[in-house]
Design a protein around this ligand. Structure first.
Ligand SMILES: Cc1cc2nc3c(=O)[nH]c(=O)nc-3n(C[C@H](O)[C@H](O)[C@H](O)COP(=O)(O)O)c2cc1C
Length: 213
């Protein structure tokens, strides 16, 4: 079987919530995906990311319960019409995927003089995000789904995983084989928010937009 092109994978990638098959991703596949993540570019070659793999059902259940609470908080703060639109939207597949990869960020890795970070301190965090994107695309190429969960309080996840001081959880990724990938993002399918056309995002020479937000 020939490998899909990077464009095909980018087009196919989806945030997965409901399509996990219930199988567990094999370790060999998982390691190929993590190897792709670990090849991401990073400011000053600092590689500030780490990956915590979580499969213990008790830990998955504890995190899922926390996320369920945060979902209710978000729902209850919405105006009634938005709350109704939000209600059918699934926001995680923590237990169904069977594997969580928590991507963490150590901002002090690389020491005090990280080449390229002196003027833009966020470039450390940007680097960790790039590792996540590599992971997501590699997983898609492997037929493995990824769903990013950010409905959590950082101190809760820090305690749950016993992260040391200076190591910040950046994403909980639900990772597992899928029976299909949706063609249209869930938030668009459920009427929450649609994608913008490319034209609206491109500016030539100067940023000009009647509606920047
Ligand atoms: C930083 C970040 C945080 C996200 N958090 C969540 C989340 O908590 N729950 C969820 O269901 N999707 C989450 N998503 C997925 C987005 O909703 C999704 O990427 C977007 O709707 C576009 O859909 P697509 O990824 O399928 O193209 C997150 C995505 C990003 C990049």
């Amino acid at each position: 079987m020939s490998e899909p092109s990077v464009y095909e994978v980018i087009r196919r990638r989806r945030d997965v919530r409901a399509e996990f098959s219930g199988e567990i991703v094999e370790d060999a596949t998982l390691l190929r995906i993590l190897d792709a993540a670990h090849r991401a570019p990073s400011v000053g070659n600092s590689q500030p990311w780490d990956f915590v793999i979580v499969r213990d059902p008790a830990t998955l259940a504890a995190f899922a319960a926390h996320v369920a609470d945060k979902r209710i908080e978000f729902h209850d703060a919405l105006p009634p019409e938005r709350a109704r639109t939000f209600e059918p939207i699934k926001i995680e597949g923590i237990t169904e995927s069977g594997t969580g990869i928590v991507v963490t960020h150590a901002d002090e890795r690389g020491g005090p003089q990280v080449l390229g970070r002196a003027t833009v301190p966020e470039t450390g965090l940007y680097s960790t995000i790039l590792a996540i994107q590599n992971l997501w695309l590699a997983a898609t190429a492997e037929g493995v789904g990824v769903g990013w969960v950010s409905f959590y309080d950082e101190p809760f996840l820090t305690d749950l995983l016993e992260l040391p001081a200076g190591v910040r959880p950046v994403a909980w990724l639900c990772v597992g084989p899928v029976h299909e990938l949706q063609e249209v993002p869930d938030l668009e399918r459920f009427g929450w928010r649609s994608r913008r056309p490319l034209d609206a995002a491109i500016h030539w020479e100067r940023y000009r937009s009647a509606q920047p937000f």
